[in-house]
Design a protein around this ligand. Structure first.
Ligand code: ATP
Length: 304
């Protein structure tokens, strides 16, 4: 699965897609290297799905070119699924609708995303977060070089959203796959994202989450308020969930509750305003030693 860094999995240059005489996207450059997490953001209709579909070969470009690594295996979780969730179907069955896999592999994949206990559950009984995990597990069954996730946090509440982003970055680390993530949610960009590409029919700007948030093109597109609402989340692996449901804390940890200052506490010591196990990387202007995040702005999230 690991390929030399010099060889991109996807290399799009000047790509345009046109329908009915209208350019849906134009002049898009997108390079995805092995193990990278690249996030496409942009308003509704800005061409994120079109770009992702063109990257993986579902759509053909009308201009420019797309090069893909030889034998590239893609795990694609589309935004809209052709699965009628109201029909009776067990989770384990859904896993093998599009990919051949034995019962052991299905069980392992569900276990990997934390829902092994739901293998025999009905798909229509799953919560939004569980359903997204099942789709992730199904995509991982293919052992992809590149995982493409179109709006993976749809139908997921705020803390579930953070947990899903965590899971995605853990899968990247353990499986070594690259991830192309699509989001129109400007409030949260996972901290593990290597690069954000901001689209609006063309690439407006690109870079680390914090540099994109600070860029004039991003601010022009989404406004200063949106730029300030971009929060970058970090996870501190500070505790272990024991089989009996108890939580073990090996040591105190430092975190930032959004006031710009890190301080130590443990869950259970008192009120903890952030989602379980996750802290917000707030206004890094006041945080020394994190140059990459230097321009990050974070304000109270709009989900609270
Ligand atoms: N087959 C098609 N024919 C004509 N127009 C299309 C087609 N597919 C997409 N479009 C249009 O292209 C534009 C980009 O669509 P796309 O789905 O790529 O945007 P998006 O950024 O993913 O949007 P969203 O955040 O709403 O999912 C939209 O205006 C859409 O209506």
């Amino acid at each position: 699965m690991s390929r030399p860094r010099a060889q991109p999995l996807i290399d799009m240059r000047g790509v345009g897609v046109s329908r009915s005489g209208r350019w849906l996207v134009q002049g898009v450059d997108l390079v995805i290297r092995p193990g990278e997490i690249v996030t496409l953001i942009g308003p509704n209709g800005s061409g994120k799905t079109t770009t992702a579909k063109t990257a993986v070969g579902i759509l053909k470009p009308d201009s420019g070119r797309v090069d893909r690594a030889r034998d590239l295996v893609v795990g694609y979780v589309p935004q809209k699924l052709a699965i009628d969730r109201s029909l009776p179907m067990r989770v384990a069955r859904m896993m093998t609708l599009t990919t051949k896999a034995g019962a052991g592999a299905v069980e392992a994949a569900l276990d990997r995303v934390g829902i092994a206990h739901l293998a025999r559950a009905q798909v229509h009984d799953l919560s939004g977060g569980e359903f997204q995990r099942a789709l992730l597990a199904r995509a991982m069954l293919r052992r992809p070089d590149l995982l493409v996730l179109d709006e993976p946090v749809q139908g997921v509440d705020f803390s579930g959203e953070i947990a899903l982003y965590e899971l995605i970055s853990e899968l990247r680390d353990s499986e070594g796959c690259a991830v192309l993530l699509i989001s129109h949610d400007l409030h949260v960009v996972m901290a593990k994202t290597d690069r954000v590409i901001c689209l609006n029919g063309h690439v407006c700007c690109e870079g680390s989450p914090s540099s994109v948030a600070a860029s004039p093109a991003y601010r022009q597109l989404f406004g200063d308020r949106a730029a300030e609402a971009l929060a970058v989340y970090r996870h501190h692996h500070d505790h272990t969930h024991l089989p009996g449901g108890e939580i073990s804390y090996p040591a105190r940890h430092d975190h930032d509750d959004g006031d710009g200052y890190a301080h130590g506490h443990r869950h259970g010591d008192g009120p903890c305003s952030h989602a379980h196990g996750t802290t917000r990387e707030a206004d890094a202007a006041g945080r020394p030693g994190d140059a990459d995040e230097a321009d990050a702005r974070a304000v109270e999230d709009h989900h609270a």
